[in-house]
Design a protein around this ligand. Sequence first.
Ligand code: CP3
Length: 349
Amino acid sequence: MTTSPSARLAESDFLRACRGEPTSRTPVWFMRQAGRHLPEYLKVREGVAMLDSCFTTDLVVEITMQPVRRYGVDAAIFFSDIVVPLKAIGVDLDIVPGTGPVIADPIRRRGQLDQLRRLEPDDVESIAAAARALVGELGGTPLIGFAGAPFTLASYLVEGGPSRDHRITKQLMYSQTGLWNDLLERLSHLAADFLRVQVEAGASAVQLFDSWAGALSPSDYETYVAPHSRRVLESVADLGVPRIHFGVGTGELLDQMGDVGADVVGVDWRVPLDRAIEKVGPHRSVQGNLDPTLLFAPADVLHTKAAAAIERGRGARGHVFNLGHGVLPQTDPDAVKGLVDFVHGYERV
Ligand code: CP3
């Protein structure tokens, strides 16, 4: 039996499920498993701004480890944010508590594109150091690196902050398509550069978050977004790690999101997992897809729904259990722990 950390890592249930290999039990981790629902997170973040914490090596290591220690999840997700690489190249932005990313000077003109330069290793040295330290601490538990996809990043940059309808973003997309494509091309390089830094520092999978892609029709996704997301995923293909691609409300786009170069397609809770699997096809794994508000339901309801997701997931090439979006800040950590234990115990019942 092999016991070295790198052998245990390669054979971890999470990576096996991503590759479509049989697993000993359904692997589970959660989007936003680190963060405000954890008292130990609130404690270490006291008096430290969100973005400052993302560039502070020790804090990134500690916050990434917190849910792994508490829950025994099958993967760690690197503590950072989708706007961190933008900050690292000097874009004037902040993360406002309770709101999200806010951009000082929203990007709507060609003359503003030059600030979106390539990411250099020096820009994120404290972040790469955190990833290297984490790989040592995590041992056989995989680290997932991530980046924001071009469309979702563009939405923040163009709107200037979070948006319900992405109106100004889509106006630019439809009316200044040349500028739009140049903007998304630059963002695709930035996302790919950031993923590469994390994998070269030891991350063993990556997730590309196109959280707001569900705002697009399939035809607009194909025309205005798919080429750019494909550039991101193809340019990290040589790294040889599984690529997960996730968005919210993307039921109609799941096949396209797989086709741009994903090994695993993330599914939100609006689509039954068996239907999602049909759309994604037999050559990719799926990740998801419990409604995050089920963590506020009675345990028997939560467990019935979790069992249904596991059963539906059996039809997939591989299934990584997750929520359909992030853990909500009001969530009780004991409910999360109960869910991890349920998923881990399920197949042995
Ligand atoms: O545990 C993890 O999942 C890793 C950490 C992580 C964060 N952001 C930390 C964070 C990840 C993967 C993200 C990605 C992210 N950031 C996305 C894509 C995923 C998704 O949720 O769809 C998006 C759209 C963002 C942009 C963003 N950053 C939002 C919408 C917010 C929340 C604003 C708020 O305060 O409600 C942030 C801030 C943020 N990112 C927090 C954390 C832990 C909260 C900061 C705090 O503690 O105040």
